[in-house]
Ligand binder design. Structure first.
Ligand code: SF4
Length: 405
């Protein structure tokens, strides 16, 4: 596969190491990563610098969580041979690109990111009026752009971060993509495509630039992607030339919208460490059973003989994730007619979650007894990630006039 096609198949995603992973992480993110790992060129990383933006005062949590999180990922089904797994802080190119991008990013772009104010409100106990916290969406942009990823798997609430990344990339390309002899280089690159393709490219470019024909633009992009003979620099020039801009040094990534089911916690609110309502990925069976047995139910169902309403019960929300259609019917009928008690109702739920967690826990135990294997996997991933990141940074430095010796 040529470089441009490979980039558009590349996705980047990270997770902050701020404590034990729980079922919310598994259903909200990990299951999706597991699905994507064979479809895309995946770069998954431990976002330890991101964890510092909110946990700078208790950074020991980060150190404790880094390796455990990687163990959880692999235990849950991430295959190290299929993806690049790495530590953000071991690829310092993320930090350099973040710094360079910070020079061209207007402050207002960061201040208007909705999560900036939201998180400050939600995490009132922490002082988040810091430079690092304001800049974390830009660090995310650097995380993505340093790999020139084509797509970023996100839920609806994160789309705004991908939008910011696109704006920053566009601004960077606009400012630094104009080489002195850009047009001559672009024209020379067109010739390298061969007579027939060059003619087609010129026609499509004209059609887009003169008549705004977006179909022509898409066809021309596809044509460029299919060119095996062009060097990456030439392809980037021609992408920019097509739209009347300069060289595309940092391609704009697209949001890959992923289904992120809201995983209910033990109290019916979203499962989250801050609500204390989690079931960890390595929850022992006995503690799992106790937690489910203690779950609150429909408060109107005081006695066993009182009929209940599943819609008012957090247990039902978990059944919606785990139960088969037959079991759901059994719960609905049994609850509303007082045919079953709440402990009966919780039984199949305990069994289903236990069955889901058992292989993960067992595999995590095995992996924990070979910490050197986990270190090696991450070292290999760091190396693979650095190779790509250094390439991008080399081009970025050159474009900004910083590659003097
Ligand atoms: S029977 Fe099940 S759904 Fe109904 S109140 Fe009890 S736990 Fe909730």
């Amino acid at each position: 596969m040529d470089t441009v096609a490979l980039q558009s198949r590349r996705i980047v995603s990270g997770m902050r190491p701020t404590g034990k992973l729980h079922l919310g992480h598994y259903h909200g993110v990990l299951k999706n990563w597991i699905k994507l790992q064979h479809e895309f060129d995946c770069f998954f990383f431990v976002a330890d610098w991101h964890a510092l933006t909110t946990h700078y005062e208790d950074s020991h949590v980060i150190e404790e969580s880094v390796w455990e999180m990687v163990i959880d990922w692999i235990a849950a089904g991430i295959e190290p041979s299929a993806v690049s797994l790495f530590l953000q802080s071991k690829v310092p190119e993320h930090a350099e690109l973040h710094l360079l991008l910070s020079m061209i990013t207007p402050l207002s772009w960061l201040e208007r990111v909705p999560t900036y104010k939201d998180q400050q409100e939600k995490l009132k106990e922490k002082d988040l009026s810091t430079y690092g916290f304001l800049g974390y969406p830009l660090l995310q942009s650097a995380d993505i752009l340093i790999y020139r990823a084509g797509q970023v798997p996100v839920g609806e609430d994160q789309v705004v971060h991908v939008e910011l990344t696109r704006e920053v990339a566009r601004r960077f390309n606009h400012i630094y993509g104009r080489e002195k002899d850009f047009e001559q280089k672009a024209e020379a690159a067109i010739k390298k495509m061969g007579k027939k393709n060059a003619k087609l490219y010129n026609l499509l470019r004209k059609s887009y630039q003169e008549q705004g024909d977006t179909e022509a633009l898409e066809t021309a992009r596809a044509l460029l992607k299919s060119q095996q003979n062009l060097a990456l620099g030439d392809t980037e020039r021609l992408f920019g030339y097509l739209e009347g801009g300069g060289k595309v040094i940092l391609p704009e990534p697209k949001a890959l919208l992923t289904p992120a089911p809201k995983m209910p916690g033990l109290d019916g609110q979203k499962m989250s460490k801050s609500y204390g309502n989690t079931i960890s990925l390595r929850e022992p069976e006995q503690s799992l059973t106790e937690k489910i047995k203690k779950m609150p139910t429909d408060t109107n169902r005081v006695r066993r003989t009182d009929p209940g309403d599943p819609d008012r019960c957090p247990v039902w929300q978990l059944h919606e994730v785990y139960a088969t259609e037959d079991q759901k019917q059994w719960v609905q009928q049994g609850c509303r007619s007082a045919g079953i008690g709440c402990l009966d109702c919780k039984g199949p739920l305990i069994d289903a979650i236990a069955a889901e967690l058992r292989p993960i826990r067992q595999r995590a135990e095995e992996l924990s007894s070979h910490p050197e294997d986990i270190r090696r996997i991450i070292e290999d991933g760091n190396e693979a990630a650095r190779e790509v990141a250094q390439d991008t940074l080399g081009e970025v430095r050159a474009a900004m006039g910083l590659s003097y010796k």
